[in-house]
Design a protein. Structure first.
Length: 454
């Protein structure tokens, strides 16, 4: 098989890519000053800005976003009349969690078993490097045929919406004909995949109060209304016996029509313990990509160590509801709030506070950009056809960009395939995947430019 010149160039650039990813991973860029110093994020942002300047980007800037973080912007002009493509990634990362559980230091890129380990290696510092590799390959093979804007976000993992707010206040900044979000991943290593849907999300904090203060369970237990028990009963109302989400008025029967997710593969990816059943009904793809999913992500209650024999006067929980494509997150929030009020037992006083919300997203796979990407992935992955999958998570920026630029096409690709274990300990990236996706992105930019010529 003849090797494409773009592929040869990217292969020759991989040692440099590893060095650069190691430099980026070394920044402890968690966008939470209570966890790591703000200076770590600032240093990572400066690194990205310097990398863009070195590639002849113009108007490189550190944008101070409303949430107190910085996003990095740069513009590389293309030939006259060429379309504009926006390339997105983020340089902030999740906290490393239990550092003692990492097999190598989380902020030190380490090669092991054919993968590169380190926090952010896949999500999403690897995405920054992927964009750089693609552009360098094009520059070495005739030039970049489109105008390119790069935006590297500084607080995506915190969900504080700084870049979304900035974009809405400066709508001209990120205008583009098509947008490549480099923050998802292939369904499997070596299987070229675009993400065609994202679930939206709503986040509610609920508090129940039943007593003026805690009471001795021996003296009052059995008649005094226990707020913690009330909370347990309320939260149980959000699921059927089989684990399906049961929010009054919210449809839970949609079917996923694209790439399927075999149950045995899901069990392995999710590391479900032997003998433990999956929850819900329908195919796995139905459950994680096409249907709502409620999760209790936090609950305030006395810890076991130090607990006293008391009837609890108050209890609080935080609930996440993933909203499938085709549903509206605002309406889902109303339904969930109404459900919580309707199912609160014993007349307990309830208060509900919304702490987050984002709409679901659905891409148009028949658009010219997706056709260009399908051709590019076929070449980069040795003839394999591009697949489309959903993603159960949310990227609120996608909705902000689709609202601001309704004519722009949005593609979602990236390095976060299941083996990457993003957000968990021992996160890693496949260097082969980084290489192939960089080739695919470079070929996509070339294909897309050709498709736009009159």
């Amino acid at each position: 098989m003849t090797v494409h010149p773009i592929s040869e160039t990217v292969a020759s650039l991989m040692p440099r890519a590893r060095t650069e990813l190691a430099e980026l991973v070394a920044f402890q860029s968690v966008a939470d000053p209570d966890v790591f110093p703000r200076s770590e994020c600032e240093a990572a942002a400066a690194w990205v800005a310097d990398a863009l300047r070195a590639e002849d980007f113009q108007d490189v800037a550190l944008l101070d976003t409303p949430d107190g973080t910085q996003s990095v912007y740069g513009y590389l002009p293309g030939p006259a009349g060429a379309p504009t493509v926006l390339l997105y990634a983020h340089y902030d990362v999740q906290p490393p969690l239990d550092e003692s559980a990492w097999l190598s230091p989380p902020f030190e890129l380490t090669e092991r078993d054919g993968r590169w380990f380190g926090r952010g290696a896949a999500d999403c510092k690897g995405g920054v490097v992927m964009h750089l590799l693609a552009l360098r390959a094009l520059k070495a093979n005739g030039g970049v045929p489109v105008s390119v804007k790069v935006i590297a976000e500084g607080s995506e993992e915190q969900g504080t919406g700084g870049l979304e707010q900035y974009a809405r206040s400066h709508p001209e900044l990120l205008t583009a004909d098509t947008i490549v979000i480099g923050d998802t991943g292939n369904f499997r290593v070596g299987l070229p995949t675009v993400t065609s849907t994202l679930r939206g999300m709503t986040m509610l904090r609920v508090q129940l109060d039943t007593l003026e203060g805690n009471l001795h369970s021996g003296q009052f237990g059995g008649a005094a209304p226990d707020a913690l028990a009330a909370m347990i009963q309320l939260l149980a109302s959000l699921r059927a016996e089989d684990g399906s989400t049961t929010v009054d008025g919210l449809t839970d029967d949609a079917a996923w029509e694209g790439l399927q997710y075999p149950e045995e593969e899901f069990r392995s990816d999710a590391k479900v313990l032997d003998g433990v059943s999956l929850i819900g009904t329908g195919t796995v793809a139905d459950r994680v990509w096409a249907r709502p999913a409620v999760t209790v992500i936090g609950i305030d209650c006395p810890p076991v160590i130090g607990a006293t024999p008391s009837v609890q006067a108050s209890a609080r929980a935080q609930i996440s509801l993933r909203v499938p494509p085709g549903a509206d997150a605002v309406e889902a929030t109303k339904l969930l709030t109404a459900h919580l009020h309707a199912h609160t037992p014993w007349g307990a006083r309830i208060s509900v506070e919304q702490v987050g919300q984002g709409q679901p997203f659905r891409a148009d796979l028949s658009s010219p950009a997706y056709t260009a990407m399908a051709d590019a992935m076929r070449t980069a992955y040795d003839g394999q056809e591009m697949q489309s999958s959903g993603m159960g998570g949310s990227i609120p920026l996608c909705n902000a960009l689709s609202e601001l630029y309704p004519e722009a096409e949005i593609l979602l690709i990236g390095l976060s395939e299941p083996e990457a274990q993003i957000h968990a300990v021992n996160e890693s990236v496949s260097p082969e995947e980084l290489e192939r996706l960089s080739v695919a992105e470079a070929l996509f930019l070339r294909n897309y430019a050709e498709s736009k010529k009159v």
